[in-house]
Design a protein. Structure first.
Lengths: 80, 157
């Protein structure tokens, strides 16, 4: 599973992309794992306006994740 | 639409866009440059999500083309670190008549400046900061929404 952070989330976490060797089975489990690892990132992911894309499509709520999913966390977009 | 880090020559894009057309009476193009408001801005850094950002913008371009009856549309947007003065975005619209071409280009730029999936950082002498759209950018984009414009917006226009 690949996890991607965009915009200010990268500054919070100190990384942009990470491959997880043991992929969590759901989006909620992934967020919980990221939060356990880095509380500041966990809090940043829960801020209003942060959207989640799984395999490049926006998703809402909790969904199951496949082991090879690409999960991207998208903070409020700035326009170009 | 395409995302690219390399600079582009707006004139070349426009010439290629116009070439060989017989069914088009109007082409409107817009070129946006990186604005350095003052001496402190050293560069803008544009981040996109390849495969997502381009798809979203392409979808918006298709919707604008249908709404305004365009014959063609081209959007080129740069990503990466861009110094002031360089072109950052190019939009061209082609339509049978001018009104549709003007309005479609206007709508697409309002969308690109406020809602398009980019993240933008300003590199300044005393550090870098993430920037968000100005309130006017959201209002401009809302002009094209299907919902009736809010009263504050009508007053403004």
């Amino acid at each position: 599973m690949r996890v991607l952070l965009f915009g200010p989330l990268q500054d919070v976490a100190g990384w942009r992309e990470r491959t997880l060797a043991s992929p969590p089975p759901s989006l909620a489990a992934l967020k919980a794992a990221l939060r356990r690892d880095d509380l500041a990132l966990g809090q940043a992911l829960d801020r209003p306006g942060v959207q989640t894309a799984v395999d490049k499509a926006i998703v809402r709520g909790d969904i199951p994740l496949s082991a090879d999913a690409e999960v991207a966390f998208l903070p409020p977009m700035s326009g170009g | 639409m395409r995302l690219q880090s390399e600079p582009f020559a707006p004139g070349d894009l426009l010439a290629a866009f116009c070439k060989g057309r017989r069914d088009v009476g109007a082409v409107v193009s817009f070129t946006g440059l990186v604005r350095g408001d003052d001496e402190t801005v050293q560069a803008l850094e544009l981040e996109a999500y390849a495969g997502f950002t381009d798809l979203e913008i392409g979808r918006m371009a298709d919707a604008a083309a249908e709404r305004h009856g365009l014959i063609d549309v081209l959007i080129v947007h740069r990503v990466g670190r861009l110094p002031p003065g360089e072109p950052i975005v190019f939009v061209a619209t082609a339509a049978p008549h001018r009104r549709a071409a003007f309005e479609a280009a206007d709508q697409l730029m309002d969308y690109l400046k406020s809602r398009a999936p980019f993240w933008k950082k300003s590199h300044e002498a005393d550090g870098a900061r993430w920037i968000e759209p100005r309130p006017e950018d959201y209002l401009d984009a809302a002009r094209w929404d299907d919902a009736p414009a809010p009263a504050s917006l009508k007053d403004r226009r």
